[in-house]
Design a protein around this ligand. Structure first.
Ligand code: SF4
Ligand code: SF4
Length: 160
């Protein structure tokens, strides 16, 4: 036998509840409260005018790479391929050339880093025996118009 249970219908909600008046007013009071507090003390506003203003990065932050230079402005890199070998993402391409100075064996004719593949692990910096590559620029905004612009060449990596 099937039992039938009678349920009482819920009472119709008052108009204020149906249009969420109380919740809307509560939300507005939170917004107005923050607005007035920030207006009274703008220095406490946690947001910044990015990208004009950038947050400082910690000293060990790994940002965009750069190649360091000798005193005469030439790259310190001796094209030993240690960084390219250590790179787990295979994103460093180096072509070595014979250096005109007899004391230096080689120099990079080409030194590209494909930032679309880079995982910012810092292995290239660790592997370099000449302190020729660093990631201390603090630069973390890399948007470009095309993929090819994200392959950094030796000229851009040597820029101060
Ligand atoms: S940070 Fe890592 S992934 Fe990027 S170039 Fe260096 S070794 Fe390769
Ligand atoms: S950056 Fe350093 S590790 Fe890489 S090729 Fe140049 S000298 Fe070698």
């Amino acid at each position: 036998m099937i039992g039938v249970k009678k349920l009482s219908r819920p009472k119709e909600m008052p108009l204020g509840e149906r249009v969420y008046l109380k919740e809307i007013l509560r939300g507005l009071s939170v917004t107005i409260n923050h607005f007035v507090r920030n207006l009274a003390n703008p220095r406490r506003i946690p947001t910044i005018d990015y990208p004009e203003v950038k947050r400082p990065v910690p000293p060990r932050f790994r940002g965009r790479h750069r190649l360091t230079k000798r005193d005469d402005g030439t790259p310190r890199c001796v094209a030993c391929f240690c960084c390219a070998t250590a790179c787990p993402a295979y994103c460093i391409t180096i072509e070595a050339g014979e250096h005109p100075e007899p004391g230096i064996e080689k120099y990079p004719v080409r030194f590209d880093i494909d930032m679309l593949r880079c995982v910012y692990c810092g292995m290239c910096v660790e592997a370099c025996p000449c302190d020729a590559i660093r990631m201390d620029t603090g630069w973390y905004t890399l948007p470009e118009r095309g993929r090819e612009d994200l392959v950094y060449t030796i000229d851009s990596l040597l820029k101060d």
